[in-house]
Design a protein around this ligand. Structure first.
Ligand SMILES: [Zn+2]
Length: 148
């Protein structure tokens, strides 16, 4: 019997916690080996954290501290069960892939200093490719974890 790496914020409303907990527990195997803890919270005001209004969830990694974080927003509960699971899969995959993303993003910014147009071009493309990789991996997993 293994202990979960998820740490759920105490302020997550019960109904929302049930949905998030059910989906994430099925996906715990996706937590990368370096990551010892994933903090999960529910935020009612995405504007405070700078996310767009229709954002369902997002993720952050703190690689040097060996932890990650997932945040869920009100839009998450407005979705179907199947879309909620897809959202969880998507954000869990970011925990693994974002190490490469953040590193290369920093290098691109350093190497294109003073070349704003080039920098924006490369960063935009990098972001598109990040989400494409995540979407492709998520698509494969969604078939396996289909709900509803
Ligand atoms: Zn994403």
């Amino acid at each position: 019997m293994s202990e979960t790496k998820f740490k759920f914020d105490k302020n997550i409303p019960a109904e929302i916690l049930r949905s998030i907990q059910k989906n994430l527990s099925a996906l715990e195997f996706l937590i990368p080996a370096w990551c010892h803890e994933v903090n999960v919270e529910y935020l009612t005001d995405g504007a405070l954290t700078g996310v767009s209004e229709n954002c369902l969830a997002d993720s952050h990694i703190h690689y040097q501290y060996r932890n990650g974080a997932l945040a869920f927003y009100p839009g998450y509960m407005a979705e179907s069960e199947s879309e909620r699971m897809n959202t969880c899969i998507h954000e869990m995959l970011h925990l693994t892939v974002n190490i490469l993303y953040y590193y290369s993003r920093g290098e691109i910014i350093d190497l294109t200093e003073g070349k704003d147009e080039l920098q924006k071009h490369i960063l935009d493309e990098q972001e598109r490719r990040l989400e494409s990789v995540i979407s492709d991996l998520a698509y494969s997993l969604q078939k396996r974890f289909a709900v509803g």
